[in-house]
Design a protein around this ligand. Structure first.
Ligand SMILES: [Zn+2]
Length: 658
């Protein structure tokens, strides 16, 4: 056996070995404290923080009107959808050794919750969800920007507002962009029938529906699992676990809804007056989201920057994975907002975090946010043109002091490191250009070779434990990954890898990095079992999915090996909507066109309702066939063979082990 961690040197802060990484009866993890190297890193970080002028503390509370205790929000069954009592440990000002001091400060600021006055006629609900809901008082009714992630939190926010402000009906809902935390709660604030009757209008940027629906469909299973690492939603809440997610505390567990927009903003700039409030819409496509926009309220001297300028360095590609965002355009749109509107604004606010007041401060803040994204873009491109790879640039690039010493420019959600990699990927792909990396061995095969070349598992563990004692956690995590991939049953390797990731989590300034490292540690210790996040699409989102999206998703479920040699041509009829498609499975690839034709192997008849049952996972294709909800004409055996090629995705696939 490799020597125990305690024998490796300077790690006497560890609890007795038998208790390390084990879970107690409640299934909660036993975690290690911050070790000396981490304590040293935190104290170095503390000396490098921006000066504390107390401004954020003032701004986060400014305009506070009222809230619910602990922001607790329950659904109609009494189940907790949202609540902040689990985060009470953040009440202490001094950061514990297990949290980066800057993240601790940010996580405390994100604890503010309730109804806030932004300026005359503009209010916000904050801390009731991951995102903010903005409420604007029109002459005859309310305009709501971004009704949060789920109907329960949005309804609770509106209820709190109505308790403290004159009662007016909601006349318009505006979606600032196509991410779910900005539209999912819409049915908590308006009824679909009022939209249909024209009483309420719903406004969104061009491309909203397409992107709101499609972004999470094809790669949905992979993103859902990776999202757990980004938000740490299955981790405990305490100073050694999840404390924040950068944009806000976490993601609520409520009902996701959607009402399609009735009016799209399609020109670069559009002016509309809604309920007596003049709004200038500035489209910002391909920025933080594929469809997004800013708003300027000239009479109210207020500028809303959606999610393009928040109190953090945002993501050019989030850890859950997405298509890379355009840093250059992002910066450009902020510059346009700065040039056109900032001079005439007394307050700038966004759909996460707290506002910035004062024309002068807004201008400074926007110049810094603009340059933050431009700097990362330009310097990455400069260095890659010098031949540096993404890993090398991420390792060496630093923000200039003038940006680094701004709290709002620090990486609580994105990081400079992974944003650099996103810019590199945007221009040059995953490939670093070095042919030695062009055809590298995959993790299991490489792992076996590394372990063998390093003298075997025992030798490797012994060396890694010595490095662990020296605080070389990045390397230990990396090398333990090789050992775990070569032999996932090696419990010493799993625990040492977990212990290293845990210290990295403690040292991370970014909440998303912290969450990723700490969930990685947890899964090395007890596997991916338990605390599974249910994957269910909201019924409204499914209703908005086109049949083409369904067939695209079906196509990515086809298992190429199983489909080998199979040729199936199908007419697929959605009877009630009278839409017809021809599907062709050939060469292991499924292609689709609309229409119908003679002489196919099979014809499928089904209703849109059955299709939606399948999409919401109330049933699956095979069951629907067995239950005769799907009628088959022609060669039924062919259709069964077609169904036999479809993969089902495991929601909790392995990440930290083979
Ligand atoms: Zn958001």
């Amino acid at each position: 056996m490799a020597p125990a961690l305690g024998a490796a040197g300077n790690v006497h802060a560890l609890p007795p070995r038998g208790q390390m990484g084990k879970s107690n009866e409640q299934g909660n993890m036993m975690t290690n404290p911050a070790l000396p190297a981490t304590r040293a890193a935190q104290s170095a970080a503390r000396n490098n923080l921006p000066p504390e002028d107390g401004q954020d503390e003032l701004d986060v509370r400014r305009g506070f009107i009222a809230t619910f205790p602990d922001a607790e929000i329950r659904d109609s069954n009494g189940e907790l959808v949202w609540g902040l009592s689990d985060y009470a440990f953040l009440g202490v000002e001094e950061a514990p050794d297990s949290v980066h001091p800057s993240l601790w400060r940010h996580a405390r600021l994100n604890m503010a919750h309730g109804l806030f006055k932004v300026t005359e006629r503009i209010y916000q609900i904050r801390g009731f969800d991951l995102s903010n809901m903005t409420i604007i008082e029109g002459d005859t009714g309310l305009i709501i920007i971004d009704p949060l992630t789920c109907s329960e939190t949005a309804a609770a926010g509106l209820k709190l507002y109505l308790k403290h402000r004159p009662r007016k009906p909601v006349e318009a809902v505006i979606y600032s962009h196509s991410h779910i935390d900005h539209f999912g709660g819409v049915k908590g604030v308006i009824d679909e029938s009022d939209v249909e009757s024209g009483k309420v209008c719903v406004i969104a940027p061009a491309g909203f529906m397409e992107h709101a629906i499609s972004e999470n469909v094809l790669a949905g299973p992979a993103m859902t699992r990776r999202l757990q690492f980004q938000f740490g939603n299955t981790l405990d809440r305490n100073a050694c676990c999840q404390i924040d997610s950068g944009l806000g505390k976490n993601v609520p567990r409520g009902t996701v809804t959607l009402i399609a927009p009735t009016r799209l903003i399609e020109d670069e700039v559009e002016r509309h007056t809604i309920s007596g409030v003049e709004i200038v819409f500035q489209l910002t496509p391909e920025s933080e989201a594929p469809a997004e926009m800013h708003f300027f309220f000239p009479k109210l001297r207020a500028l809303n920057l959606a999610e393009n300028a928040t109190r953090t360095l945002h993501n050019l590609c989030p850890l859950r994975g997405s298509q890379v965002r355009n840093a250059k355009l992002w910066s450009h749109y902020l510059n346009v907002a700065l040039e056109r509107y900032a001079r005439e604004a007394d307050v700038a606010f966004a759909q996460h975090h707290w506002p910035t007041w004062g024309t002068e401060r807004i201008s400074g803040y926007l110049r810094q946010q603009r340059d933050l994204y431009k700097y990362i873009h330009d310097q990455t491109v400069r260095l890659m043109n010098h031949g540096c790879t993404a890993i090398e640039i991420a390792e060496t690039l630093r923000l200039p002091e003038s940006l680094d010493k701004q709290w709002h420019a620090r990486g609580y959600y994105g990081t400079l490191s992974h944003n650099v990699k996103a810019v590199y990927q945007h221009y040059l792909s995953w490939y670093d250009g070095n042919p030695s990396n062009l055809h590298a061995l995959p993790p299991e095969a490489a792992g076996r070779k590394y372990v063998e070349y390093m003298g075997g598992a025992e030798e490797l563990l012994e060396r890694a434990q010595a490095d662990f004692a020296k605080g070389e956690y990045r390397w230990v995590a990396q090398v333990m990954n090789h050992l775990v991939f070569s032999d996932p049953s090696n419990s010493e390797a799993r625990e040492l890898g977990a212990a290293a990731l845990e210290q990295m989590g403690y040292q991370a300034e970014s909440a998303t990095w912290r969450n990723a490292f700490l969930l990685g540690a947890r899964e090395l210790r007890i596997g991916a079992r338990g605390r599974e996040v249910k994957v269910s699409r909201g019924a409204d989102v499914v209703r908005a999915m086109t049949e083409e999206m369904f067939f695209d998703y079906l196509a990515v479920r086809i298992n190429g090996e199983k489909a080998d040699g199979l040729f199936v041509r199908l007419n697929w009829n959605i009877e009630d909507t009278a839409r017809r498609y021809v599907l062709n499975l050939e060469n292991c690839a499924l292609t689709v066109r609309s229409g119908s034709e003679e002489g196919t192997h099979v014809t499928i008849h089904m209703t849109r309702a059955v299709l939606e049952e399948i999409l919401t996972r109330k049933t699956d294709l095979a069951t629907a066939v067995a239950e005769r909800k799907i009628r088959i004409e022609g060669d039924e055996k062919k259709f069964q063979a077609f169904l036999g090629t479809l993969d089902a995705f495991r929601p909790m696939f392995n990440v930290i082990e083979p």
